[in-house]
Design a protein around this ligand. Sequence first.
Ligand code: HEC
Length: 104
Amino acid sequence: MKTTKLVALVTTLAVALFILIPSLSWAEDGAALYKAKCAACHGADATGKPAAKIPSLIAEDVKAKSDSDFAATITSTAKHPAGVKSLSADDAKAIVTYIRTLQK
Ligand code: HEC
């Protein structure tokens, strides 16, 4: 009886972890978030669209921002759509980490 319960518990935990872990790492996948939430405006290469007054994110002034300022700008820019302004701090950080790879 005890063994059966233990097996059931371990199985439940294994299934729960299997479901939770990939979705957690997906939520913090900066590259996927960037493509879904930012690329339409700022471009896949983050160079922006000068004609539409959308700034480049690989410009020197953006490079010079600290990670926390950069993440804060994402959620505080008035012209950003609601889906961008409502990003969690963790998602904004993951996106900043990804954009840093484009800035190099
Ligand atoms: C609907 C189009 C749109 C989307 C989507 C969008 N942006 Fe922007 N973004 C803009 C515009 C327009 C500005 C300029 C705002 C201004 O001049 O006040 C801007 C400004 C910025 C700035 C400030 C740049 C600077 O020079 O200081 C950053 C950083 C930024 N966006 C990052 C992001 C990130 C990261 C995402 C995705 C999570 C994103 N944006 C999604 C249109 C967009």
